[in-house]
Design a protein around this ligand. Structure first.
Ligand code: PRP
Ligand code: URA
Length: 212
């Protein structure tokens, strides 16, 4: 599929297996999500533009490369997307950060946007949306639409685990975005969870349980 990449580097596969384990601790889960996000950022920034700069080394002056253009903007989908933010920023320390809050209704699986705040000039920046789980694709679609509505033109989406249903829905609606995932899983179950997946990513990152 065009614009769809499974980033299946051995280190990523190894770390993903660790976090799939239901007995993985909160601490190790967080650590591995950060590390996978770092590795995925390396792959997803392959086409970032470079510009020439002059640098004086201890041996003389040379024309070399540095990242060009306006600073990218990273947009975690709250909550679980926050788990990937540090890893992405480790690789792109000058990036701007926007936030979008999205909560799936557990019965209908329809997401509701509850918060949004973005940097200016989205149209001039590479936007990188991050969320570990792409299940039905509803939250991802709503986030892409919110960003396009505010002018974003170049959008990449990084997920850790995706279901075929969500990938197909997102890419059919937004074929211009570039989607990266660490794993394309088997299917969604009857309550909208990815199988084999890794369970509720937000709960596993933050050690929460539903009290409603
Ligand atoms: C999870 C996940 C995605 C969404 C994926 O968030 O982090 O945002 O579900 O499901 P979808 O593709 O079917 O929309 P959730 O709504 O559970 O919120 P949370 O991150 O606050 O736990
Ligand atoms: N959200 C999650 O956190 N996990 C899933 O499997 C699906 C949606």
């Amino acid at each position: 599929m065009k614009n769809f990449t499974v980033v299946d580097h051995p280190l990523i596969q190894h770390k993903l297996t660790i976090i799939r384990d239901k007995d993985c601790s909160t601490n190790q889960f967080r650590q591995c999500v950060t590390e996978i996000a770092r590795l995925m950022t390396y792959e997803a920034t392959r086409d970032f533009p470079l510009e020439d700069v002059s640098v004086t080394t201890p041996m003389g002056t040379a024309t070399e490369k540095k990242l060009g253009g306006k600073k990218p903007v990273v947009v975690p989908i709250l909550r679980a997307g926050m788990g990937m933010l540090d890893g992405v920023l480790d690789m792109l320390p000058s990036a701007r950060v926007g936030f979008i809050g999205m909560q799936r209704d557990e019965e209908t699986l329809i997401p509701e946007e509850y918060y949004a705040k973005f940097p200016k000039k989205l149209g001039d920046r590479q936007v990188i949306i991050i969320d570990p789980m792409l299940a039905t694709g509803g939250s991802a679609m709503m986030a892409v639409e919110a960003l396009k509505k505010r002018g974003a033109k170049r959008i990449k989406f990084l997920s850790l685990v995706a279901a075929p249903e969500g990938v197909n829905k997102l890419m059919a609606a937004h074929p211009d975005i570039e989607l990266y995932t660490a794993a394309l899983d088997d299917h969604l179950n009857e309550i909208g969870y990815i199988v084999p997946g890794l369970g509720d990513a937000g709960d596993r990152l933050y050690g929460t349980v539903d009290v409603n």
